[in-house]
Design a binder for this molecule. Structure first.
Ligand SMILES: *Cc1c(COP(=O)(O)O)cnc(C)c1O
Length: 390
């Protein structure tokens, strides 16, 4: 069997982006290859180096983020974080980072990068003064997330970007939670934008992908080269699915956010719920900042605390089974997670309590279901938890 059967020629174009899984691309002649490598013509050679589905997806996210240079699509959000770190940091360099970053980002900073001689200081990003105090002469990067997981604190982005500019230190923003619907880091002055495309941008929990873009063209090129060299490339199928998911991102985000704001209010009225965290609610500690920074967009994440301990948490999770009890976020359907037994299990109970995360703490990634379905499911779950004897 040879591969002689040619792809059919067509004067018409497909409406939908074709899925292009080919790893290898043929060229006409060595001269044609030279022209391609020199950028005189454009084409593909080997899919780790780039492929059409990654390119289409990347240009789509570039537009959403108003990226000054084309971003690099990676095989996961962590690959994007890794590429951003390794392209900007060398042995001896120091990073100042948020102390409530995504768990694996924290492990990258505290376990992996120190082995390469890169150190990090973790600070509370709602406190720009603390962040400023952590900057050293060898600080080469500030890494923050705008809304923290799972306590949904809002970073003082204005303060951080201003002090970073004074200190001449670039700022990388992991915009996964906020998404370009609520916050656009480049427009606000950030230097690098990172996404776990796995989450809200794709939206269907069937894609693992990431994205990273840089304001500086040289940094952008270093990130891209690093991603190709280290093999951080995303698969064509994942990119193709992510592009499809992105087409409804705006609609999904708006609906999920409306649901989240309404669910937060509903939860606050249920017996046994001692605390509700939603950035734009008036009882949230960063309520004013959320209104100003996020333009009143509270996003799709809601956290809440119920009375009691593990027994009550088990009862709530068991009853919420109609929704999904799963530690992820950004799916079209609502998922509920329990940080004490999943994302934050490595911390001691005392450390979790200090972060405001007792056993009864739950995080909800709100989806696009009819609001009534969510209200009913949470009412039943909270009641089930309450009737569990302490
Ligand atoms: C999930 C997540 C990541 C990592 O993304 P993966 O696609 O799972 O590798 C990074 N940052 C944030 C804020 C996340 O939520």
């Amino acid at each position: 069997m040879t591969r002689r059967t040619p792809w059919p020629a067509s004067v018409s174009q497909p409406l939908v982006s074709p899925l292009q899984p080919s790893v290898v691309y043929t060229a006409q002649t060595p001269d044609a290859l030279d022209a391609q490598y020199e950028g005189v013509t454009s084409g593909y050679t080997y899919s780790r180096e780039g492929h059409p589905n990654a390119q289409v997806l990347g240009r789509h996210i570039d537009v959403l983020e108003a990226a000054p240079n084309p971003g690099t699509v990676t095989g996961s959000g962590m690959a994007a974080v890794t590429a951003a770190m390794l392209a900007t940091l060398n042995t001896g360099d120091h990073v100042v980072a948020g102390n409530q970053l995504y768990g694996r980002s924290l492990r990258l900073l505290t376990e992996t990068l120190p082995a390469l001689g890169i150190t990090a200081t973790l600070v509370d990003p709602t406190d720009a003064a603390a962040l400023k105090a952590a900057i050293r002469p060898e600080t080469r990067l500030i890494l923050v997330e705008v809304v923290s997981n799972p306590t949904l604190r809002v970073a003082d982005m204005e303060g951080i970007l201003a002090l970073a500019k004074d200190a001449g230190v670039p700022v990388a923003v992991d915009n996964t939670f906020t998404t370009p619907r609520a916050y656009r880091p480049f427009a606000e002055g950030a230097d690098i934008v990172i996404h776990s495309v796995t989450k809200l941008l794709s939206g269907h929990s069937d894609v693992m992908a990431g994205y990273v873009a840089a304001r500086d063209a040289e940094v952008a090129a270093r990130i891209d080269t690093l991603a190709v060299t280290m093999g951080l490339t995303a698969s064509p199928f994942d990119c193709w699915l992510a592009e499809r998911g992105l087409l409804t991102f705006d609609l999904r985000f708006e609906r999920a956010q409306e649901n989240a704001a309404a669910l937060a209010d509903h939860l606050s009225g249920l017996p046994g719920v001692t605390r509700v965290l939603y950035p734009t609610r008036s009882d949230h500690p960063d309520h004013n900042r959320a209104q100003a920074l996020l333009d009143g967009k509270g996003g799709n994440m809601v956290s809440f605390v119920i009375e009691g301990g593990r027994a009550q948490a088990n009862a709530l999770a068991g009853e919420v089974a109609e929704l999904a009890f799963a530690p992820t976020l950004g799916d079209v359907s609502t998922t509920v997670s329990h940080p004490a037994s999943s994302s934050h299990r490595a911390l001691s109970a005392d450390d979790r309590a200090a972060l405001g995360m007792p056993e009864g703490f739950f995080r909800v990634s709100v989806g696009i279901e009819p609001l009534e379905v969510l209200r009913d499911a949470f009412t039943r779950s909270v009641v089930a938890a309450q009737s569990e004897t302490p």
